[in-house]
Design a protein around this ligand. Structure first.
Ligand SMILES: Cc1ncc(COP(=O)(O)O)c(C=O)c1O
Length: 390
């Protein structure tokens, strides 16, 4: 027997813990930055946060909420109840998470991995998403040892045909962020229905609706309806975007009982903080703030898109967006890296995603009017100097 005090177990020479190979291939998520290379603080339009902040009702409860020695409600009961009332969903079919990111993570972990058939047909399961989908997705696949399969895009947007073509017997999960981050593009509900109809029933379709509240019309509600009607559709939503509560880390998901059961097994036991639960509840009670945020977003997004459209002859264009950001593509003399530096010089942090194959693009969150005007003017000025009149 080895005594912990006196004997050391034999160790291989120079042995160190070895990371699993599928973990070693993970490239850690790179968050949007808020400072320049010189450490100077910039106006942050790099993480799709709400430039209007959050509801004053949420600010009030956050100011009143005191640090407490007691754990929060482990099931976020009151919040699930309220979400259920608002969206007409049985609260038992709602699960809250530390942001929707935790729930996406749990969904992938529950339904995909290295092999679950036990048939000797071992190897990684496959998780499909569109070529320019959310940059977290490859990381989620690699975490569980699954293979990330990128379906070709259609002018940067998700293509239903390409997504369906990518399905194989090893496919376990398909992730669709709709609207799509970082492109802002959107698949109308009929296309989402067509995608679902073409999928085998044992493939989980995750509709990641982090930007659902920005959508006009009934499409967000229709996605929730799909989750209620099918055994293999999970919808995730968040308080990080239009609700302006990214710092509190609150998300939720809904789907069939078997899906919610899986997420509940995997999520953290006290995953939503006490302050997050009360802030989210308060935010749900402020329709005026949501309306104001939505109106601000669509007005300033359209104004900015119109300004960028004048630069088409310089090889600069913005993709159509249904979210609270736009992807501006620089395919002319002015390149995205130069524009990124120029905007930082003017005091703005926006998102460059070369690691995602988007070296030519900058994702710019819709901010306050004066900031969007200053950014459009700065890009125009840089484009002018890169393309001096003949
Ligand atoms: C498409 C998409 N899904 C999910 C998330 C995760 O958000 P959170 O974990 O803050 O809810 C984000 C955040 O940027 C996102 O863009």
């Amino acid at each position: 027997m080895i005594s912990p005090m006196t004997d050391t177990p034999p160790a291989a020479p120079h042995a160190t813990p070895r990371m699993k190979p599928w973990i070693a291939q993970i490239r850690a998520y790179i968050p949007g930055r808020s400072a320049g290379a010189d450490g100077r603080e910039l106006i942050k339009l790099s993480a799709n946060e709400n430039p209007l902040g959050c509801s004053p009702l949420a600010t009030d409860v956050l100011q009143q909420s005191r640090a407490t020695a007691l754990y929060p409600d482990p099931d976020s009961g009151a919040l699930r109840e309220r979400l259920g009332q608002i969206h007409g969903i049985d609260p038992a079919l709602i699960v809250c998470g530390t942001g929707s990111g935790e729930l996406l993570n749990c969904a992938v972990q529950a339904f995909a991995g290295r092999d679950d058939t036990g048939t000797g047909n071992s190897g990684p399961d496959e998780i499909i998403f569109s070529r320019y989908a959310f940059s977290l997705y490859p990381l989620l696949a690699h975490k569980v040892g699954a293979k990330a399969v990128l379906a070709p895009d259609s002018d940067y947007a998700a293509s239903v045909d390409a997504l369906l073509d990518a399905v194989t017997p090893r496919t376990r999960v398909m992730l669709l962020d709709n609207p799509n981050n970082p492109t802002g593009t959107y698949l109308p509900h009929a296309e989402v229905e067509r995608l679902h109809a073409g999928l085998p029933g044992d493939v989980l379709l995750v509709l990641d609706q982090a930007y659902a509240e920005y959508l006009p019309g009934e499409d967000a509600a229709r996605a929730l309806m799909m989750a209620a009607q099918h055994q293999n559709v999970l919808v995730t939503r968040t308080f990080s975007k239009i609700f302006g509560l990214a710092g509190e880390r609150i998300g939720w998901a809904t789907g069939a009982p078997g899906l919610i059961d899986a997420l509940n097994r995997l999520r953290g036991p006290f995953n939503v903080s006490a302050s997050g639960q009360v802030a989210a509840l308060a935010a749900l009670g402020d329709q005026a703030f949501l309306d104001r945020s939505r109106q601000h977003n669509s007005l300033e997004r359209d104004r900015f898109a119109t300004a960028i459209a004048t630069l088409g002859n310089r090889g600069i264009r913005a993709l159509p967006s249904e979210a609270n950001f736009l992807l501006v593509l620089f395919d002319g003399e002015l390149d995205a890296a130069t524009a990124l530096d120029g905007l930082a010089h003017k005091g703005y942090a926006v998102r460059h995603l070369p690691g995602q194959g988007l070296a030519n693009g900058l994702r710019i969150t819709v901010g306050k009017r004066e900031d969007m005007e200053a950014i459009a003017a700065a890009i125009t000025e840089m484009a002018d100097s890169a393309n001096p009149p003949a």
